[in-house]
Write a protein that binds this ligand. Structure first.
Ligand SMILES: N[C@@H](CCC(=O)N[C@@H](CS)C(=O)NCC(=O)O)C(=O)O
Length: 198
């Protein structure tokens, strides 16, 4: 049985929980106290030298960090990862988009607004994070116009990767009311069998 080292409040960790529950795979969840240095202990760094959750423990010797790599590992040969080579590459395209153009703005704005005090100096980053985050949401909204899922005609791990922080973007101060296609897609994800709230 796989073990997930994660922090429940993290969207990157929620991706793994959501996929495992949708797949109906048994797993053990080990909560890591990241905000108090839990991901920087020697024992944790031996699993992931980058000091970040999530980490998937595959067996006694093998550990896999990076949320989107874990999604690919778990989803291969399942209904969440296409068989078609081009569609696989499109899934990766959206997952790289998530890590480079979406998560660094939407997740970071959420972190600053949800977890740091109102007078913290990092609050000054919010305007720029909103500017770039809205650019990512605009790209998603355009893509979702006239289609149900990011790739092909079924939900894939591209949807899971993008759902993780989009569904809680309001916590980072983003106004999602101007994105009807994104809102319809968020509802569609929630209707899937095995869906769990963060
Ligand atoms: N690219 C990584 C990002 C992981 C990440 O940023 N994890 C955060 C929580 S969301 C973390 O563990 N931060 C602790 C630290 O940097 O010390 C992924 O997708 O897994």
């Amino acid at each position: 049985m796989a073990t997930v080292f994660g922090m429940s409040a993290s969207g990157n960790c929620y991706k793994i929980k959501l996929l495992l529950d949708m797949l109906g795979m048994p797993y053990e969840w080990r909560e890591v106290d990241v905000l108090n240095g839990g991901s920087r202990t020697p024992a944790f760094l031996a699993m992931n030298p980058n000091g970040k959750v999530p980490v998937l423990q595959i067996d006694s010797q093998r550990f896999l960090p990076e949320s989107n790599a874990i999604l690919v590992y778990l989803a291969e040969a399942s209904r969440f990862y296409p068989a078609d080579k081009f569609e696989c590459a499109q899934v990766l395209q959206w997952m790289f988009f998530e890590q480079y153009s979406h998560e660094p703005y939407i997740a970071v704005a959420r972190f600053i607004k949800k977890f740091l005090p109102a007078e913290h100096p990092r609050q000054s980053e919010i305007p720029r994070l909103h500017e770039r985050g809205y650019q990512a949401l605009d790209v998603m909204e355009k893509h979702l116009a006239g289609r149900e899922w990011f790739v092909g005609s079924e939900m894939t791990i591209a949807d899971i990767a993008l759902y993780a922080y989009t569904h809680d973007a309001a916590a980072g101060g983003f106004d999602l009311s101007r994105y009807p296609f994104i809102n319809a897609w968020l509802q569609r994800v929630k209707m899937q069998p095995g869906y769990v709230q963060q």
